[in-house]
Design a protein around this ligand. Structure first.
Ligand SMILES: Cc1cc2nc3c(=O)[nH]c(=O)nc-3n(C[C@H](O)[C@H](O)[C@H](O)COP(=O)(O)O)c2cc1C
Length: 348
């Protein structure tokens, strides 16, 4: 029955969450074309399963940046987790620690990095860089001090894309203190705090130097950009269109993942997110060569039920991924690329 619970996740969150919060979580940019297409793109892939293979012992774990994750997914960075549930990032952190996975914490987080680190979760910092890079330094230093193991630079957001809000905008409903608590007070009013429109490969160097951490680049959709990231020292490239919340009509990640894997897969880890909703979607991404995947909205919908909701998300998804691997004749995620040809690109 695990599929039933995961399948109903969004509908239960719709019933449980205040309308503006639910709308914020689900929304895409403009007409939400990319947001809508994402799950369908994974569903468009077809497997050629192996048989006559011993799938008694299946291990869904993967190495992410040199450390074992017990599951081949992590939690993507999302803003306003404490508007979804008062425990916010702490609930996600505790449940993800228990699942043996990785949590990526938004630099917009409403919970202190120190408190997140204290849960014992393995976590990476997601950073947006401001025009004046020096304004980000205290936030980066706090993340390093709180045990962040990597810094994920989001590169698809030179401006926040327009969203068509139907009901009351979430920003009119949330209390103070749910946003950017890891920055210096008054950060948003400082000149130079707006998002950088001049990000370049040199920023990877700067981040690596400042933090001493591996750098992951999130928001890449093209092989030429992936190559530039790796040449600039990125340890991993994260194929993402921001859940369709930035450039609407951007191609789906399922469509773009193969060319990125073909270009840099031997030199760096490649991750993917966007529209991953169940174990078969995870298998499809692994089959296209992703080292791991990340979940945005599903984690927030599950968080509507607090830590226990996120714990169940991890548990049920693990069951689904193990079942999918077994049915496909794969013992480990690294067996999955043989399920598809390299040129097997979904239709969207
Ligand atoms: C409500 C919401 C807030 C988000 N906030 C951030 C953020 O602060 N930083 C970031 O890099 N990406 C952010 N994202 C994008 C996610 O990290 C991820 O790329 C996307 O949600 C994946 O698609 P999915 O929601 O279909 O799983 C956000 C996504 C959502 C849904």
């Amino acid at each position: 029955m695990t599929g039933t619970w995961l399948h109903g996740l969004e509908d239960r969150a719709r019933a449980a969450l205040p309308a503006p919060v639910f709308e914020y979580v689900g929304q895409g940019a403009r007409e939400s074309v990319s947001t809508r297409e994402a799950p369908a793109a994974w569903q468009g892939l077809r497997f050629a399963p192996h048989v006559l293979r011993d799938v008694t012992d299946v291990d869904p774990g993967v190495d992410l940046l040199g450390r074992r994750s017990l599951v081949p997914w992590g939690i993507a960075p999302t803003t306003l987790q404490r508007a979804v549930h008062p425990d916010g990032e702490l609930a996600v952190a505790r449940a993800t620690a228990a699942a043996g996975g990785v949590m990526v914490v938004s630099s917009n987080a409403g919970t202190s990095f120190a408190a997140i680190g204290a849960t014992g979760v393995r976590w990476w910092l997601q950073a947006y860089l401001p025009s004046d890079r020096t304004l980000a330094e205290p936030m980066l230093d706090r993340a390093v001090a709180a045990g962040a193991e990597a810094v994920v630079l989001t590169v698809d957001t030179p401006v926040v894309a327009t969203k068509y809000v139907v009901g009351e905008p979430v920003w009119d409903t949330v209390q103070d203190g749910l946003l950017r608590v890891n920055f210096d007070p008054g950060y948003d009013e400082r000149p130079g705090a707006e998002k950088a429109t001049d990000l370049g490969p040199h920023d990877l160097d700067w981040l690596a130097e400042r933090t001493g951490l591996p750098v992951v680049v999130k928001g890449v959709l093209r092989s030429d950009d992936a190559r530039r990231c790796v040449d600039a020292g990125a340890s991993a490239v994260w194929v993402s269109n921001h859940g369709g919340r930035q450039l609407d009509r951007a191609r789906s990640t399922a469509t773009q993942l193969p060319e990125v894997v073909a270009e840099v897969g031997d030199d760096a880890e490649v991750y993917a997110d966007g529209g991953i909703r169940n174990g078969l979607d995870v298998l499809a991404a692994l089959a296209l060569g992703a080292r791991g995947v990340f979940l945005g909205r599903p984690a927030l919908w599950a968080l509507a039920d607090g830590e226990q909701g996120v714990a169940r998300l991890h548990r049920d998804l693990r069951d689904e991924v193990v079942e999918a691997l077994r049915l496909a004749g794969c013992r480990v995620p690294a067996d999955a690329p043989s399920l598809l040809g390299r040129d097997d690109v979904p239709p969207l």
